[in-house]
Design a protein around this ligand. Structure first.
Ligand code: NAI
Length: 380
């Protein structure tokens, strides 16, 4: 069997400690499942560690290696404050065109949740990562740029805009929408999932959000005939594509989560929905994720650098560990991924957990990051 190279970036803040706790679990699961080496881990520098060594937050060597790579996993990276540098995470997503942010959200037994039946949630959110109001095209109120744009809108487009408004642009393209919906449909077909729901606010924003919805349906019709059907048509084991308006979808996910399986949505909707769903099952500490393009996938912890607890052996390694399990699952190492997920479940039921989870599991005992990793390892 071939050995896959996976690049890792430890990250800033709690990054190094959560990675140090998670990696031995991944290695042990691979050893147990296959009895041979399946992954060669290679470190890449980014963030504060890279700055200390090279004077750059995203060194050229890291970018050149990632440009040729298929698989990477990263801890959180701090956005350097006041140094004129934009978010390193956003830079990585944009440079490598990692257009799909994929976050599977499911419940782990024993965790206290704000809803009655968190166990009904088993949903994978595909969030478009490169377009929408995140494109960064904005001008502040009263700036010469905003005034110029407003002048154009009023004088040439006949729009009514208050001259003091701050202005932002929301670009959404057919190509950007279709490639995101395609990744969601391919995933649903490959994983035997029943539905893909396009979530949009097209009743109000007809040509952006409504466009997303229409292009999603167009794609399904043009490229998935025989594999995907519309809601209301006979499914016969095919994937059903439907759509929901975003505000209604927040209600649906709270009231009837069992009716949804894969969600494909625009950037801002996806940002809100994935955090809301994660909260519904008991928080972000155990939520994995990946940012994926056509070539490179960067798996990552969904939380930040948690500076107030960094270096104190308090952080929960669950998010990066489960992101690692997701990497295994998506790359032909599903047996090892199952071992990791089962071991996390067993560790939770033993009620010796990190501080964030201790507050959500009654009768639990608090352990450190390193020890929680060791407990999971012992449960493999
Ligand atoms: P954060 O996720 O670091 O912290 C939010 C809260 O959750 C804090 O109370 C923190 O202590 C807690 N927390 C987070 N992860 C935890 C873990 N694994 N175990 C236990 N508790 C945990 O978000 P915040 O404070 O908004 O951001 C801090 C820094 O992280 C910023 O520089 C931000 O830019 C960066 N960030 C990076 C991300 C990434 O690399 N993907 C994502 C989000 C933030």
């Amino acid at each position: 069997m071939s050995v896959k190279t996976v690049y890792f970036i430890e990250g800033d803040g709690i990054g190094p400690e959560v990675w140090a706790a998670a990696r031995p679990v991944l290695d042990a699961a691979l050893e147990k499942a296959y009895g041979e080496k399946k992954i060669e881990w290679k470190e890449l520098l980014a963030g504060e560690k890279a700055y200390a060594a090279t004077g750059e937050y995203l060194p050229q060597a890291t970018m050149e290696t990632l440009a040729k790579a298929d698989l990477a996993i990263k801890g959180p990276l701090q956005t350097p404050v006041g140094k004129g540098i934009r978010s390193l995470n956003v830079t990585l997503r944009q440079v490598f065109d990692l257009y799909a942010c994929i976050r599977p959200i499911r419940y782990f037994q024993g965790i206290e949740s704000p809803v009655k039946r968190p166990d009904l949630v088993d949903i994978v959110v595909f969030r478009e990562n490169t377009e929408d109001v995140y494109a960064g095209i904005e001008w502040s109120s009263e700036s010469p740029e905003a005034k110029k744009v407003i002048e154009f809108l009023v004088d040439q487009m006949g729009a009514k805009v208050d001259p003091t408004a701050g202005v932002g642009i929301k670009p959404i393209t057919p190509a950007g929408s279709k490639r995101l919906v395609k990744s969601a449909l391919d995933y649903a077909i490959a994983q035997g999932r029943k539905t893909v729901t396009l979530v949009h606010k097209g009743n109000i924003m007809k040509f952006t959000e409504g466009g997303f919805r229409q292009w999603g349906y167009d794609l399904a019709e043009q490229e998935y005939a025989g594999k995907v059907v519309k809601e209301g048509e006979a499914a016969d084991g095919k994937v059903i594509i439907n759509d929901r308006i975003a505000d209604a979808m927040f209600q649906e996910l709270l009231m009837r989560p069992e009716q949804y399986s894969v969600v494909a949505t625009t950037n801002l909707n996806g940002d809100y929905l994935s955090d809301a769903l994660a909260a519904q099952v008991g928080g972000l500490g155990l939520a994995p994720g990946v940012n994926m393009g056509d070539k490179l996938a960067i798996y990552e912890a969904t939380h930040g650098t948690a500076p107030t607890i960094a270096g104190k052996d308090l952080a929960n390694p669950g998010s990066i560990l489960l992101s690692g399990a997701m990497l295994l699952e998506n790359n032909g190492m599903g047996e090892a991924a199952v071992l990791v997920k089962n071991a996390v479940e067993k560790a939770l039921s033993a009620k010796k957990v990190t501080v964030d989870l201790a507050s959500q599991i009654s009768g639990s005992e608090q352990v450190g990051c390193k020890e929680f990793g060791e407990i999971i390892l012992a449960n493999l």
